[in-house]
Design a protein around this ligand. Structure first.
Ligand SMILES: CC(C)(COP(=O)(O)OP(=O)(O)OC[C@H]1O[C@@H](n2cnc3c(N)ncnc32)[C@H](O)[C@@H]1OP(=O)(O)O)[C@@H](O)C(=O)NCCC(=O)NCCS
Length: 182
């Protein structure tokens, strides 16, 4: 398997390892960071299981799941997690999801992260379409995706089941040809 390494100005992306569990738990285990996710805060053990699943998925051929550590290049610190999942029936298309540690929010890192993930998907993986779904009231995610060039496509009703019940999603997408033109 080819290891992922994708470098931006302030952030880089690489495959997660077992050593990243605590850093990922700072996102997936945090009540604020998970408030718009379909699940509540995860335990350390649940995050460790997710990492094991990601390590197994990384060996699959063809590879469909990329669970990536988001590294602050200045501090060499893992500050978040990014996922890119290629659809089995539509291998030109992938869904992305991102999460940063709350102490990192509001400095443009989320927007940079989505830009980097789009560059990874289009340039390194050769994808044509990359999309993400957000909670309707997740304003930072909306602004970060719009600024990074992901247009709003519409609403999927009752897309996900959360601990609070059914939740709609707003879908954003970017297309390779539009993205190259930007
Ligand atoms: C979504 C997320 C990655 C954004 O990260 P971030 O580093 O705060 O994003 P940015 O600093 O690039 O900000 C993006 C935009 O949101 C705005 N913003 C950030 N926090 C905000 C807040 N609390 N209220 C209102 N606007 C906010 C910023 O001003 C910026 O807008 P601009 O482009 O008009 O200046 C981060 O909030 C996060 O990890 N959330 C938890 C997980 C999550 O919800 N993931 C998204 C699932 S699709």
């Amino acid at each position: 398997m080819r290891r992922v390494q994708c470098n931006g100005a302030r952030l880089s992306l690489r495959d997660v390892t077992e050593a990243d569990v605590a850093a990922l738990h700072a996102v997936y285990g945090d009540r604020t960071a998970t408030q718009y996710m379909p699940f509540g805060p995860r335990t350390n053990e649940q995050v460790a299981d997710l990492v094991q699943e990601a390590l197994a998925a990384a060996e699959a051929e063809p590879r469909r799941l990329y669970m990536l550590a988001v590294v602050d290049t200045d501090h060499r610190d893992v500050i978040g997690v990014a996922r890119l999942h290629i659809e089995a029936d539509h291998p030109h298309s992938a869904e992305i999801g991102v999460g940063l540690r709350p102490d990192q929010w509001g400095r443009g890192m989320g927007t940079d992260l989505i830009r980097l993930l789009l560059a990874f998907g289009f340039k390194q993986l050769g994808l044509h379409r990359i999309w993400g779904a957000r909670a309707p009231d997740n304003l930072p995610a909306q602004l970060a995706m719009l600024t990074a060039g992901m247009v709003e496509e519409g609403r999927i009703r009752h897309h996900v089941h959360t601990p609070d019940g059914w939740r709609d999603s707003i879908v954003h997408s970017a297309l390779q040809d539009e993205w190259t033109d930007r």
